[in-house]
Write a protein that binds this ligand. Structure first.
Ligand SMILES: [Zn+2]
Length: 321
């Protein structure tokens, strides 16, 4: 089957600043949907219209592959599964997020505050993200994936790759025979995904080193024989090596800027103070994204021996060496 017929895609509107999400249909047995759109009427209408244009309805879907649990990617999964009996495939690490926003974000409070985020700002984050409640349904039955699986279609296979960084349980799906990579938010043509702060109860500072994870994920994807990348948002990427090189350059520049801000400051700074220095003003959830990105760079700079970090009165501070 020729590529254009094998994969169809439609754009589903979201309530997030990233804009519409791309969902993909693999037109083969068993009929497979990759990502879903939010659980709201607007997204459901768009999905139904997209399926209708291909001669399908929701009940024809047999499998739903979720790249990650952010609600624009996963919100409708349970609903579609209830209508069609489709099996939901998702990484286990995304379950907590899909089970409900309030609990997921509340868990991050202590670590964010140890990164310098004031409690009153965290309250504003909670208020600003209340619109995320109710745009997904808790996950009940699903098949967990962890990367390395090979999922069969009638006459070809889809390989699963574990690509954490933007989300702890992010997965990419690869049709090796066709050279098609479904990259979710790990690779986008127009923006770099945020290495969102994620809780690691076993880590000294309570968090995963998500930007480092992300860079390792890029190294993994770079090795695949990819002809075309279907992205979670925006247009596809044709030259994966070029795009990955651009993203690596971008992060290396950001790291240098952060090191310079630290060097120019007489006093050590927390990740949140650094985020304010760089972004000047942050609103709502952008406070979390700002701290996430900066802390991710601090991990890399610290490992490179450019800066040092320590804990003081329960807060993390950094300065150049
Ligand atoms: Zn997304």
């Amino acid at each position: 089957m020729e590529e254009a017929k094998l994969v169809s895609h439609f754009r589903i509107p979201t309530i997030f600043s990233i804009g519409p999400i791309n969902v993909y249909i693999i037109n083969a047995e068993p009929l497979t949907l990759i990502d879903t759109g939010l659980q709201n009427a607007e997204a459901e209408t768009a999905l139904k219209a997209g399926l209708h244009s291909l001669g399908y309805s929701m009940k024809d879907i047999r499998r739903i592959f979720i790249t990650h649990g952010d609600y624009d990617h996963s919100g409708l999964a349970v609903k579609i599964s209830e209508v069609s009996g489709a099996t939901i495939y998702v990484h286990e690490m995304e379950k907590l997020k899909m089970d409900g926003w309030n609990k997921f974000i509340a868990r991050k409070a202590d670590v964010l505050m140890a990164g310098g985020l004031p409690a009153r700002v965290f309250e504003k984050v909670i208020a600003a993200t209340q619109n995320r409640v109710g745009i997904a349904q808790p996950l009940s039955e699903y098949t967990p994936l962890s990367g390395g699986e090979i999922l069969p279609f009638e006459d070809f296979e889809l390989e699963v790759y574990y690509t954490p960084g933007h989300a702890l349980g992010h997965l990419c799906f690869f049709l090796r025979k066709q050279g098609i990579l479904f990259a979710g938010d790990t690779l986008l043509a127009h923006v770099t995904p945020n290495p969102q702060l994620e809780i690691d109860e076993n880590a000294r500072d309570g968090r995963f080193k998500t930007l480092k994870q992300y860079m390792d994920s890029l190294d993994l994807l770079e090795k695949l024989p990819v002809y075309k990348v279907f992205t979670g948002h925006g247009r596809p990427v044709f030259d994966i090596k070029k795009r990955i090189a651009e993203i690596k350059r971008h992060h290396s520049r950001r790291g240098k800027i952060i090191a310079r801000v630290l060097a120019d400051n007489a006093k050590p700074l927390s990740p949140y103070q650094l985020a304010l220095e760089l972004y000047k003003a942050l609103d709502g959830y952008n406070n979390v994204l700002g701290v996430s990105e900066i802390w991710g760079h601090l991990d890399i700079l610290q490992e490179a021996g450019v800066i040092e970090g320590w804990t003081e009165k329960g807060g993390h501070l950094f300065k150049t060496i």
